[in-house]
Write a protein that binds this ligand. Structure first.
Ligand code: PLP
Length: 438
């Protein structure tokens, strides 16, 4: 039977076939016997068969699924066959949410905080986030400028809708977190890829931005620390970039989701150097709350009202229970737990960087933040997807190909996530050593 064979309700097919019968006609068309003659019929047939998508679906065809998901799926299949896989592909902390946060959620449930909240989030949490900016960065942010969102993902998609119009160019680094590129494309904007490598610490310089911008450019989206490289923008670099954007009248958005998970002494928030910047942050990574789906954005005064309206329309409000739980994320007790976890990540980073270098991977001088190492595999392969597939299938080590994050030398890179315990990391390193050093 042809793949796209379509069945019609019998009632239609029972109609008199001696005369023109629309049902039989459609059936013949669907099953590829004839070509539809009228445009209307053609559209019906094509949509039904899924052969020619609508223009919108066609536009969305360039939005790719994450390759890391394919790696994760295949790893799960291998595990189901009884094989041991070392997971270095997963971009979330392996630690469960800290107990004080979980306890706060239980109290919130018992107290009946199970309803919608204000679209921008509960007052207490917005005050706590404002307090966090004052305490950690010494900047005063009016809580009205803070909107709690369903994860950083909710924040990024809201800001894409707020900031990016048809054919607007948005400067982003290559490599970068893949959603960034996709969110811009979903808005029919144009991601303007700024190729960065180790020579610029995987962050853009003003010169590189200048080279990539054109008349359509409306803004610049950055991440510091970045995914997949963990690289951090210095205060000086951030200041220079913000000044350049202001001169060009471009908006600046900085994704600060990995703040707190950094191993350098100075990690400025963009708000310290540019009060008009847009900020994305989250409770997912540092606070260890990936599954709770909670983040926040900070927007300049002029954008507050429209951001609120978009939030109301997109999701009404962020999760009430998650918000009450997240309040405990700022307590002293939780901070101590999170600090211990950060030290764990630092130890893992040190171990993995040293081991990978010994094996022959080429790495940045210092992994400054997040829990990722973006490693150059040129010595072993020119095809990162094949390399990752081989490491998984033949050696039980799951890592993510550079092609998930961009185009620039993506075939030469893979991302290691140190989101698994030391024993597994050691096992992974041993397997890689055997695979690559013989
Ligand atoms: C740079 C970056 N931004 C945003 C996100 C989305 O995070 P969230 O879980 O808060 O939606 C991620 C997730 O990995 C990320 O790496």
């Amino acid at each position: 039977m042809p793949q796209n064979t379509v069945f019609f309700p019998l009632r239609l097919l029972e109609a008199n076939s001696l005369f023109y019968n629309p049902a039989t006609e459609l059936l013949r068309l669907f099953n590829g016997v004839d070509q539809p003659e009228t445009p209307k019929l053609r559209t019906i047939v094509n949509r039904k068969k899924g052969v020619y998508p609508t223009p919108r679906l066609k536009a969305l065809a360039k939005i790719n699924p994450f390759r890391v998901m394919t790696v994760m799926r295949r790893a799960a299949e291998l595990e189901a066959e009884g094989k041991k896989v070392v997971h270095m592909e997963v971009g979330e902390p392996d630690f469960n949410t800290a107990t004080p946060i979980v306890d706060a959620a239980k109290r919130a449930l018992n107290a009946g905080y199970t309803h919608y909240t204000d679209a921008a989030g509960i007052n207490e949490l917005r005050c706590a986030i404002a307090g966090h900016y004052l305490e950690r960065y010494g900047v005063s942010v009016d809580k009205e400028r803070i909107l709690v969102t369903p994860g950083a993902s909710g924040g990024l998609s809201l800001l894409a809708n707020l900031l990016v119009g048809q054919n607007d160019g948005v400067l982003i680094t290559d490599p970068a977190y893949p959603c960034v590129r996709n969110f811009i494309q979903i808005m029919n904007g144009r991601p303007q890829l700024v190729p960065v490598d180790r020579t610029q610490n995987f962050q853009p310089t003003v010169q590189l931005l200048e080279d990539s911008a054109d008349a359509s450019t409306c803004g610049l989206w950055l991440a510091s620390p970045s995914n997949p490289t963990g690289s951090v923008l210095s205060r000086e670099a951030l200041t220079g970039i913000c000044r350049w954007c202001s001169e060009k009248d471009l908006h600046v958005l900085v994704d600060e989701i990995y703040h707190g998970l950094h191993y350098v002494a100075d990690l400025p928030s963009v708000l310290e150097v540019d009060d008009s910047a847009f900020v994305v942050n989250s409770f997912s990574k540092y606070f260890g709350m990936t599954g709770w789906r909670l983040g926040w954005i900070v927007v300049p005064d002029y954008a507050v009202e429209k951001a609120r309206v978009l939030a109301q329309n997109f999701y009404i409000s962020p999760s009430s229970i998650a918000q009450h739980a997240a309040l405990a994320g700022f307590s002293e007790e939780t901070s101590k737990i999170l600090e211990r976890r950060r030290q764990c990540f630092r130890e893992r980073r040190d171990f993995l960087c040293t081991s990978l270098r010994e094996i022959g991977f080429s790495l940045a001088e210092e992994v400054q933040g997040a829990f990722y190492i973006y490693a150059d595999i040129s010595r072993f392969s020119e095809n990162s997807e094949r390399f990752c597939s081989d490491m998984l299938e033949s050696h039980g080590v799951a890592i993510t190909p550079g092609t998930d994050f961009g185009e620039f030398r993506a075939e030469n890179f893979v991302r290691f996530a140190f989101t698994t315990g030391m024993d597994d990391l050691a096992l992974g390193v041993e397997r890689l050593r055997r695979a690559l050093q013989g």
